[in-house]
Design a protein around this ligand. Structure first.
Ligand code: FES
Length: 652
């Protein structure tokens, strides 16, 4: 008679196996993704499966209740001690008796996908660089003079097929008592290595370690440092937190920090120390928030722009401040936490994504990893708006990248009433076509400013200023309603028909809100503010336009706005302003914090690291500073929306 048929769901993989084959063995042979940390010893319970019973018409199979063996002692003991959910079995203990359909629940799959949170739509396949392995090590004896580490390595080889496993000195220092305490059974966390490094033991626990190990995805920005703490086994984000980058005291933007290092002996070292301290404070905070021991953080991935990259590493960013903007290295880096003075597990691995060029950093690489322009059939323009805009343009054929110095105006800086996005900041604006007076919404309040009770609602915060998304809408609305002409001049009250316009020195300004009766500020948009926004948006647009020239196209198929800021910009207003090229509005999407997502992908999936390194090698870098056409595009793009480029879709 034929061997019993085993069908796994959801994969649909199937095969025949002799009676008595453990389900875990069958799964391994068929390449079914079924987890195991203890190697089939009935300890870890990662191998749980659910056998079906009854008719499976789709497979033409009737499955009987005794298709798998009855519970053995190991399984019964596990159930008694820790409890198995109804219908669940341990795949390493249950053996095949008759034809059977076996479901592998998501939590028993190694390469399961985690759905990204909220606005984040894509899944990440979990395949981390550091994993846990339970092993049983041969005891030493007088006839076999090998060392404990050698026998541990043999066990890893025999039981897990791990070759050439290395161990740091601290592992050697801890290992002997741990092996004896665990009665020669231990769990080790192993960093799996890659083409450059052997697998390496990171940590060792006596017996079966039932806990979790963690990783950090860190987005090191010039203004803020944000980190996600992830469970490396499930991929789940356990906690997220952010702090201001303490380097702010050395200069708001990148170039002022580069000049600080040029002007001050030891300036770069001071900034390196500041950012590392800030990072450690953040890690402590996140550890407390998640209520975990920081020494269980064994892996970390960093994304950042080139200047932050160098300062984090303790490399003077001097060369990045002058042509030809040479990076110390553009390759991805694999380091240890103690190389960077980070207070997490002492030998935690740190991975820095590759930089694309002297002005286009690992943050842009992370955006590429998250948004995959190189897999796109249509031509996609991705802009990550910050003090520097990183711009990617491409499709399957090729991908181009550049960065463009937008300055901090989009973050509300250098705008007379500008401020960061915080409660009290104006974030939405509409101008009435008849009266030419503004109405607006502030962060933290659901009402429009012209609704009854608005002032009572905002009594707590008041109206304190205009944030980046607010100023974009403001300027675009002013242009739409004729308060502003194409070159960017605010007209007189007579020309504009708006009572909100008033003479302000040699130019006109626009009154948005007079908070003085309530003790707040008077919020206005001056012609200088308009000028700042024109410069910022012209920098962004001309970078994109230059890449389009290089690609040989006049238009793009779709636009992705990345960055926290991108999520808040109104597409329509961005286009009225001429920040982005003319595309149908439904072809403009927001990717949220794509750089942070890219960091998380690289943390949770080791293959993604090789993938992005390969992708970055193929990205063509365009240096805006040496392209004469950039200046030309910049001048044209200073007009709103543009002096020469048509915006036909906008008009319609
Ligand atoms: Fe660990 Fe089955 S593999 S309990």
């Amino acid at each position: 008679t034929e061997n019993p048929l085993v069908i796994f769901t959801p994969s649909g993989k199937r095969g025949r196996f002799p009676v008595g084959t453990p389900v875990l063995t069958a799964a391994r042979q068929l390449g079914v993704d079924l987890d195991s940390v203890c190697g089939g010893r009935g300890i870890c319970s990662k191998c749980q499966i659910t056998p079906g019973v009854g008719d499976f018409a789709k497979h033409g199979l009737h499955v009987e209740a005794d298709a798998l063996s009855a519970w053995n002692k190991v399984e019964a003991r596990y159930d008694e001690k820790r409890g198995l959910k109804a219908g669940r079995r341990l795949g390493c203990q249950a053996t095949v008796q008759k034809d059977v359909v076996i479901d592998v629940p998501a939590e028993s799959q190694v390469h399961r996908q985690v759905v990204r949170k909220r606005a984040e739509l894509r899944d990440i396949v979990i395949n981390p660089s550091t994993k846990l392995y339970y092993v049983e090590v041969k005891e030493p004896d007088m006839h076999d003079p090998s060392g404990d580490l050698e026998r541990l390595r043999d066990a890893l080889h025999d039981q897990w097929e791990l070759e050439n496993v290395a161990a740091d000195l601290h592992i050697l220092q801890e290992m002997q008592p741990v092996l004896r305490k665990g009665d020669w059974k231990v769990t080790v966390a192993i960093h799996l290595g890659d083409h450059e490094n052997n697998p390496r033991i990171m940590h060792i626990w006596p017996g079966f370690y039932d806990g979790t190990i963690y990783g950090l995805a860190v987005d090191l920005g010039s203004t803020t440092i944000a980190a996600h703490l992830c469970d490396l086994q499930t991929g789940e984000v356990i906690a997220s937190s952010g702090v201001m980058n303490p380097q702010i005291r050395f200069g708001e933007d990148l170039m002022s920090r580069v000049s600080y290092s040029m002007m001050n002996a030891g300036g770069a070292a001071e900034m390196t120390q500041a950012v590392r301290e800030g990072m450690n404070a953040l890690f402590t905070q996140i550890g407390i928030e998640a209520n975990i021991d920081k020494s269980l953080i064994v892996d970390a991935v960093f994304v950042c722009n080139p200047v932050m990259h160098h300062l984090l590493l303790g490399i003077d960013p001097f060369e990045l401040g002058q042509a030809p903007f040479a990076l110390a290295t553009s390759n991805a880096l694999r380091l240890r936490a103690d190389d960077l003075d980070l207070n997490i597990h002492e030998s935690a691995r740190v991975y820095l994504l590759p930089c694309i060029a002297g002005h286009v950093g690992a943050d842009a690489a992370a955006v590429a990893l998250s948004e995959h322009p190189n897999h796109s059939d249509d031509l996609v323009l991705i802009v990550d708006v910050g003090t520097n805009a990183e711009i990617l343009l491409g499709n399957r054929e090729k991908v181009l990248a550049c960065s463009s110095p937008t300055g901090p105006a989009f973050e509300g800086a250098q705008i007379s009433s500008g401020q960061r996005a915080a409660p009290g900041a104006i974030e939405r604006v509409e101008i009435d076509p008849a009266t030419k007076l503004p109405r607006f919404k502030v962060i933290g309040c659901d009402m429009w400013s012209d609704e009854d009770g608005f002032e009572a609602m905002i009594a707590q915060t008041g109206v304190t200023g205009i944030c980046g998304s607010g100023i974009i809408e403001m300027v675009a609305e002013m242009r739409i309603h004729g308060i502003l002409d194409a070159p960017g001049l605010i007209g007189s009250p007579e020309q504009t028909g708006s009572a909100a316009v008033f003479a302000d020195g040699r130019t006109y300004s626009y009154l948005v809100y007079d908070g003085t009766p309530l003790g707040g500020p008077k919020i206005t948009v001056t012609n200088r503010d308009i000028r700042e926004i024109q410069m910022a948006k012209a920098a962004l647009y001309s970078g994109a336009r230059l890449l389009m020239d290089k690609f040989g196209v006049e238009k793009v198929d779709r636009v992705v706005l990345a960055g926290a800021f991108g999520a808040h910009i109104s597409n329509k207003h961005a286009m009225v302003l001429g920040m982005i090229p003319d595309v149908p509005l439904d072809k403009v999407t927001s990717a949220g914090n794509a750089a942070g997502t890219g960091a998380r992908i690289a943390l949770l999936n080791r293959e993604a690291r090789a993938e992005i390194e390969e992708t970055v090698r193929q990205i063509h870098k365009v240096e805006t500073a040496i392209e004469p056409r950039f200046q030309e595009h910049f001048v044209n793009a200073s007009a709103i929306p543009n002096a020469v480029d048509p915006f036909p879709l906008l008009r319609s």
